[in-house]
Design a binder for this molecule. Structure first.
Ligand code: FEO
Length: 394
């Protein structure tokens, strides 16, 4: 299947309804699309390939328009294998094509695949002519890796934006924003941003500013995942701008693990106190909540409250995993309250505190440690902690 986006410009991407976990980490209940684009002018350019198992489908889509042997340029905005693992097979057919990418992408390409094609390394804002159409390459590092760029089709004002402005969710033939349920797109693109790009949120802001500064018209945004925005391309730009805004939201998220209910009981007591104080509160039991949803609802919350039992002298494994996400994804800094329970030897919450403090997160005092059931003194610490969180969010 292919769809014409503008005269001589085609969507030739594929849907993946097979992969259960994107990056083998994140649930994709609606699948995902790997978007590739073909421009047919005096020269023929393919922008992106797809994940390797879908190579035949990509080539069939191209073949419905033009013989893939006629491809002159393969433009790789990003080297992550969801967009490039088909490259070795495509290169066997498009033998005369020239790879176009950044210098950093070239080094990755050689280490990943080393296909026997010519290559052209493009500088920021460099242009090439396809005949009647011109491509301009806009370097956009860390959207989503250091080598990434966007490609702009000057005459048709189409921005091929790479992972930026992407979304989870297969397209099922409805490739445009005016053909698809935008409520679902909003949920799935927010979850996509939170899981894939949280570490690089400031680069989203920089990328948006750079494109605006170029003063180029944008009639269509064609990302590498999810729908193509032709009805209202600024809709998704505004959403990404909001989701990457460094200003945090005035809400609290409580995250905890619990084996036998002691930690959960403390979590619910804290939650009740915070609700009584009129705060906006969500809670997640990390044994059951799906991690991508937890991250999506947590990444911009103004205060986090994290509770763990001690397990083998360490934090509960599900809590440990989440702490690693906070640190690894470089969640924006915000105050974090901690509590823990233990039966015979504490230590879990102390290790959580250390790793968060080492990563420069401010810990709200007191850190509550409960041996078994909470005492009256610990009840009063919970009261004090709730009031402090309330004051921080005022
Ligand atoms: Fe869709 Fe970062 O690859």
């Amino acid at each position: 299947m292919y769809r014409e986006i503008a005269k001589g410009v085609y969507y030739v991407g594929v849907d993946d309804n097979h992969t259960q976990l994107f990056e083998n980490l994140w649930e994709i209940p609606f699948g995902v699309s790997y978007n590739a684009y073909l421009i047919v002018d005096d020269k023929v350019a393919l922008i992106e390939t797809v994940k390797e198992p879908w190579t035949d489908e990509l080539l069939e889509n191209i073949r419905d328009i033009i013989e893939p042997e006629k491809i002159d340029y393969i433009i790789l905005n990003h080297m992550e294998p969801d967009h490039t693992s088909a490259l070795p097979l495509v290169a066997e057919i498009a033998k005369n094509a020239t790879l176009i990418y950044t210098k950093k992408a070239a080094a990755m390409q050689k280490s990943f695949y080393d296909v026997p094609l010519k290559e052209k390394l493009v500088e920021d804002l460099e242009e090439i002519s396809l005949g009647s159409k011109t491509l301009k390459f806009v370097h956009a590092p860390f959207l989503h890796w250091p080598e990434t760029m966007m490609t702009y089709l000057v005459e048709d004002e189409i921005l091929f934006s790479c992972d930026a402005f992407g979304a989870y969710g297969a397209l099922n033939g409805n490739v445009f924003d005016d053909e698809i349920d935008l409520d679902r797109v909003e949920r799935e693109s927010k979850r996509y941003v939170s899981t894939i790009i949280t570490s690089y949120l400031k680069f989203v802001q920089r990328g948006i500013a750079k494109v605006k500064d170029l003063g180029i018209g944008i009639k269509i945004i064609a990302p590498s995942h999810g729908p193509i925005y032709r009805k209202d391309p600024m809709w998704i730009v505004q959403k990404y701008d909001d989701w990457s805004n460094p200003e945090l939201e005035k809400r609290v998220v409580i995250l905890y693990g619990s084996m036998y209910g002691f930690t959960q009981r403390v979590a619910m007591k804290i939650k009740k106190k915070l609700l009584d104080l009129g705060l906006d509160v969500m809670s997640f039991n990390l044994s059951y909540a799906e991690l991508s949803n937890v991250i999506t609802h947590t990444v911009r919350a103004g205060v986090l409250v994290i509770g763990t039992p001690t397990y083998d002298a360490y934090p509960f494994p599900k809590v440990w995993t989440f702490i690693n996400e906070i640190v690894g994804k470089r969640f924006p800094k915000r105050p974090i309250a901690l509590f823990g329970t233990y039966g015979w030897a504490g230590g879990g919450v102390k290790k959580v505190r250390k790793i968060l403090e080492d990563s420069k997160y401010e810990i709200i005092e007191p850190v509550i440690r409960v041996h078994g059931r909470e005492t009256a003194a610990e009840e009063s610490e919970i009261d004090g902690l709730a009031k402090r969180i309330h004051d921080l969010l005022r």
